[in-house]
Design a protein around this ligand. Structure first.
Ligand SMILES: C[S@@+](CC[C@H](N)C(=O)[O-])C[C@H]1O[C@@H](n2cnc3c(N)ncnc32)[C@H](O)[C@@H]1O
Length: 216
């Protein structure tokens, strides 16, 4: 997908998913496993959950999971994956901006390789941070080494999409402990079509708890 222009609308995402029987590998993303594997389960939201491998992995580990995506085609596959795995996940067909989800309510809001549109008002960034509970975490995983010049030559302007720096700009206005790994080696599955991205950018942020701590 990284060699082509990312879809912009829900209908375009549906068409992309619908063009093949399975778009992603079906395996949970290794960076999510590394980052969330040791966290105590709570309420998790997977933003742009796609075909559901990450949401199902979280649910199997005891998280109460909501998977959010604009593509109904992807969500139908995700629901089938959860049923096969025998886990319960709530699936929400919506974009992150305007999704009817309770604010301040998720212990983990994660987004693996999100393709969220940027806006002058930073609507996507604010929607993400508003969903995290006090003491909760935001985890965002991006491809590293994205060549902005080459992307522009293919008609993709990275500035049209929310980047880690945009998230940091919004997080700095709140009460968050932030850390970023810019060159985390990516353990991609062997059959991963995006194997040419060898590293991930990991953005972690923990919201200060009501008692002032970020120690959970
Ligand atoms: C690159 S895919 C990543 C899918 C999944 N996280 C993974 O790593 O396999 C981006 C996903 O975000 C979804 N998406 C795009 N815009 C969105 C939005 N505004 N809100 C929620 N999901 C969105 C797409 O339908 C797609 O499933």
């Amino acid at each position: 997908m990284t060699d082509m222009k990312p879809p912009r609308s829900a209908a375009e995402w549906d068409a992309l998913y619908g063009s093949v029987s399975e778009f992603f590998s079906g395996a949970p993303n290794p960076s999510l496993i590394d980052e969330a594997g040791a966290l105590p389960p709570g309420r998790a939201l997977d933003v742009g959950c796609g075909e559901g491998a990450d949401a199902v992995w979280l649910a199997r580990r005891g998280w109460e999971v909501t998977g959010l995506d604009v593509s109904q085609v992807a969500l139908d596959r995700a629901a089938a994956r959860a049923a096969t795995a025998g886990v319960q996940v709530s699936w929400v067909h919506a974009g992150v901006v305007g999704a009817a989800l309770p604010p301040d309510s998720f212990d983990l809001v994660c987004a693996q390789y999100p393709a969220l549109h940027s806006s002058a008002g930073r609507d996507s960034e604010r929607a993400l941070v508003d969903l995290v509970a006090p003491g909760g975490r935001l985890l965002m995983v991006y491809h590293a080494g994205f060549d902005g010049k080459a992307a522009k030559a293919r008609g993709i302007d990275p500035a049209d999409y929310v980047q880690p720096a945009d998230m940091v700009t919004v997080l700095l206005g709140g009460d968050w402990h932030i850390s970023i790994d810019t060159l985390r080696p990516r353990k991609a599955p062997a059959d991963d079509a995006e194997h040419h991205f060898s590293h991930d950018v990991i953005l972690r942020a923990q919201r200060t708890a009501e008692n002032g701590s970020t120690a959970t």
